[in-house]
Design a protein around this ligand. Sequence first.
Ligand code: GSH
Length: 235
Amino acid sequence: MANGSLSDGITMIHLHHCVSARSFRPLWMLEELQLPYQLHMLPFPPRAKARWFLDENPLGTVPLLVQGDVRMTESAAMCQYLAATHPDAGLEVAPTHPAYGAYLNWLHMSDATLTFPQTLVLRYGRFEPAERQQPQVVEDYSRWFLARLRAVETALTHSRSDHLCAGSFTAADVAVGYALLLAQHLGLDVQFGLATQAYWQRLQQRPGYQRAMAAQVRAAEEQGVPTTPAPDTRP
Ligand SMILES: N[C@@H](CCC(=O)N[C@@H](CS)C(=O)NCC(=O)O)C(=O)O
């Protein structure tokens, strides 16, 4: 179905995605929620390899999520949106819950504090041509990321549950979990603390995570897009 409504009146969700880029966050959410969606795969980076996409998202970035008139370009906000619009699935934390503040904090921290330093590591360690690569930036921002990750290690060490907040798996685990996936691509996972390592193993065992992993490869193959994860691509 293109843009229209499904038979039960729900408007189709379209997700524009590059393999294992930040758009994996909403893809993982969609699989956890088992919602119908259409996955539009793009080669990385779309700004250079799929220039038509700039008409859809002038930033040229993924994710882009479209559902009717809703258009979103921030992956953590999409996690929050999908959880809140499907409350019965239990992946959101309600404003009346004591953990609501912590939930929002993790969602925002996932990209603003955790993925941000990783993008500098990627850019100056992989994406830039050899003469513009900056080993000092890579080292400094790898350390920065690992220092910020102490918030995750501390929370998990003191938590009585297997999850970051509210005593259950929520959209915050998906948003933060993606930063751990990206860290793995960057080879930083070997420096995770013990609680973070165990948490990352648990997240990868979730059927929703595994379905999302399989869905992106299947869609890339069907749509003739390379299956190389975006973090491992040299644009
Ligand atoms: N804060 C945004 C960042 C989106 C973003 O920068 N995505 C990267 C992939 S992880 C991208 O599309 N980069 C391509 C480019 O910058 O041209 C989010 O969390 O969704």
